[in-house]
Structure formats: C-alpha cells, structure tokens
Design a protein around this ligand. Structure first.
Ligand code: MCU
Length: 418
C-alpha cells in the first residue's frame, strides 16, 4: 500500500468516522440527464444499478442526500471546527465558529413535569403545534434567528449566513437543519441537563413542518420526525402538486414556492419549470429518514397543502421502509375538517404511538398507522405515478445507521464503487 494511500485512509478514519458508514459508495456522475414525469424508484442508482441489499441502500441514501443538496436545498455544512456551549437551567447556549467568525444562539427547554431523571425531548421548530407528550421535554428552536423566512427578501439573512456568507447555497430549511445539529452537539457534550440525546424527536407545522422533515432527513441523531401539515415542499411531491395545479386545484407548486419564500436553495429556481428533470422527488425524503421513525401528520381538507400530493408522495415514501422490512416505522395520519396546524384529538393516538415507541422506547406499540379520510386515497392513483416494485433488501444496514450526510468536501457519493 502506498504511503499516500495509507495517509488517506488514516485521514478518513479520523476525520469522517460517521459520514462514511458506507465507505465504498461511488460518486455522483459529473453530468446528470434525467427526465421522468412519474415518481422514480428509490431502488435504482442514477447509473442504473439496482439496489438489492441494505448496504447498497445506504449508498443510495448518500446519493439521494447529495441530489437534494445539489438541486434543491443547498449544501449542509459539516460541524464547524469549534462548537461550544452550555446548558444552564432551561437555556441551551450555542456558539459556533467558522474561520474568524462566530455566532451564538439559544434554545429553550421545557422539561416534562413529574420526571426526575433522564427524559426524551422533541425539538420544536419555531414552536410546537402537536399536543405536549407526557414524560417528553420540548426544546424550542427559534429557526428564524438562524435563517429568516419572511419572504423573498429574507435570502441570506440570519446567523447561519453571518457564519457562512450571505451567498451560501443553503436555503433556510438546510440552515435550520444545521442549527439543530449544533444544538445536539451541545447537548451531547454537556452534562448539566437530563435530556436523553439518543431519543430526540423533531416537529414543526406548515413551513416549519417542511423544516422538520428536512431536519429529520439530514440529521441522523434525530430518532423521530413528527412532520405536521408541511404540504407542498415538505411531505408533498413536486410532480403530483404540479399535476393537481394543472387539473385546476388551487395548490402550491414549485413555481409558486420559490417566489414566496427562501426555504430552498437559489439553485432550485432553475428547475421549478422543469420538475421532471429532478432525479428524485419528496418520496425520497422518507428514504433519508429511514430506518428512523417518521410520522406524517396531515390535513387533507386544505387544497393549498396538496392532500393528493402528500398522500401519494408519502405512501410511496413508505415503500422505502417496506423494502427495509420495517413498514411500521413510518406512518401517515391524515385528517380533515380542522384549521391549519390545529391538530384534532382524533390524531392524538397516532402521535402518542410513535412517541411511545421511538422516544420513550416502549415495545409492543402498534405503529401500523397509514390512513387518510380524503375520499379515494385523497384522489391518488398509484398506477399513474409508480411503475416499479419494492425489493426485499437483503443483509443489514451498515453499523452507524444510515443517512449519513456526505461532507461538503466530498458531496457526491452514489453508486457502489466499481
Ligand atoms: C404549508 O406551509 C406554508 C405554505 O407553504 C405557504 O404557502 C403559506 O404561505 O404558509 C404556510 C405556513 O407556513 O403557514 C403557517
């Protein structure tokens, strides 16, 4: 073995212990020519190789992660060289430095009542609109402070951009996912709190629900995503939302969303009129969360959210879990006839089941939850959108789990190396 190669291996072992759980993945092709009007298969690499093992699926997750970053969300920076902070009382203080610049921000803990020892917690993006869960703390994260989201003029505004520059490719949602990562860094390194860092959930509603989905997808230390009424740009698929709009339904599509706000990378603008060129859709966000817990909590009574899109997209997303043999680790609970972000009590049991299993570690909880009260599966016809079958992936996922986000310096991992 050449000494350069040995040095490289040693470097990788030290610098990337987590991110290369699956180290034999290939790289993204330099040129991607993709065109598919339907929801493409999560089980085929861009180069056409089929995914048949869980090991390969972990590589495919890296490819999907790289694609979302490249086309739509912008790059998730790795943990900066300096992250310090403390937990004092109910305040988590974080300081992150990059080059000569530092930023500081805080998050607020609401501990569960009546718990004396360690407790799981839900990170609430911008606040929590699901009912509080007994025995579970809440960490309220002021995402707007990290990346603003007032309207189009918010581009490049917020502490993330103070640190990485106003022209960084990350849209607001990726910046929030980065901020959540830094909160978890501080929780991991601090002993002055009772939060069980191995049982963290993330939630948010509407725009912040989109953000919660992205955080669950890109932060592997999140054990459970509780994605509430995220609609288009979150649990919805671009292609289905576009078809709904073309059919005359007043729903949000990619063209509208990039004009409305800065949730996505500016790189996405060039694709919003060419959605079929995206080599993925949001059913593959679920692929990034797997095998961790995921509950999609939706409202199928509001056209703007795109009920057919959300149901179609995430019932397709659930096929990622099915292929891994863990169908009941992802659920969809869609109920109508209520105001936006006012979850009706009929969904309480669905949320509690996922919380009990994934945050409280209870066994024997039934999380087979997949329902909509929208007529005829909210209008979604699977055969119109999905032409592939679900493999039974063999083997085990690599140790360290999956969805390790590729480092910025080596973003494009995909098919297994030849
Ligand atoms: C559902 O999330 C968004 C939606 O994408 C926007 O178009 C609308 O303006 O605001 C929703 C929201 O965040 O409501 C609180």
């Amino acid at each position: 073995m050449s000494s350069v190669f040995k040095y490289l291996l040693a470097y990788l072992a030290v610098a990337l212990p987590l991110s290369l759980a699956q180290s034999s993945c290939g790289t993204l092709p330099a040129t991607i020519n993709f065109n598919d009007a339907k929801l493409s298969s999560p089980f085929v690499f861009l180069n056409g190789t089929a995914v048949t093992t869980k090991d390969q699926f972990a590589c495919r997750q890296q490819e999907i992660s790289a694609l979302f970053q490249k086309y739509e969300l912008g790059t998730l920076p790795p943990k900066p060289s300096s992250v310090t902070g403390s937990v004092s009382g109910n305040t988590i203080s974080v300081t992150a430095s990059n080059g000569g610049t530092s930023i500081s921000f805080t998050a607020t803990i609401t501990p569960p009542s009546g718990v004396s020892g360690k407790y799981p917690a839900i990170i609430a993006v911008g606040g929590m609109s699901i009912p509080s869960q007994p025995g579970v703390g809440v960490i309220t994260f002021n995402n707007d402070d990290i990346a603003a989201q007032n309207d189009g003029s918010s581009r490049g505004k917020g502490k993330f951009y103070t640190l990485y520059g106003a022209n960084h490719s990350a849209g607001a949602m990726m910046a929030w996912a980065w901020g959540i990562g830094r909160i978890i860094d501080v929780l991991e390194s601090s002993t002055t709190h009772n939060i069980d860092v191995t049982h963290l959930g993330v939630t948010g509603c509407s725009r912040n629900g989109k953000g919660a989905f992205i955080a669950a997808a890109f932060e592997p230390r999140i054990a459970l995503g509780l994605v509430q009424e995220s609609g288009s740009g979150g649990a919805g698929c671009w292609r289905i939302s576009k078809a709904m709009l073309q059919a005359g339904i007043s729903t949000q599509d990619a063209v509208e969303i990039v004009g409305e706000n800065v949730w996505f990378s500016p790189n996405f603008n060039q694709y919003v009129n060419n959605i079929n060129q995206l080599p993925y859709d949001h059913h593959m966000l679920a692929a990034l969360v797997a095998p961790r817990g995921l509950l999609i909590i939706e409202n199928d009574g509001i056209d703007w959210l795109g009920p057919e899109s959300v149901w179609g997209c995430q019932s397709t997303g659930a096929k990622n879990y099915q292929a891994l043999g863990i169908s009941d680790s992802m659920g969809i609970s869609m109920v109508g006839n209520h105001a936006h972000c006012s979850m009706p009590s009929s969904q309480n049991g669905d949320v509690a089941a996922f919380v009990n299993r994934f945050l409280k570690g209870q066994s024997g909880v039934n999380t087979n939850i997949m329902h909509t009260d929208g007529a005829n599966n909210a209008g979604f016809v699977p055969g119109d959108w999905v032409t592939w079958t679900v493999p039974n992936l063999t083997g085990d996922l690599p140790a360290g789990g999956s969805t390790s986000v590729p480092a910025t310096s080596a973003p494009a991992t995909s098919a297994p190396a030849p």
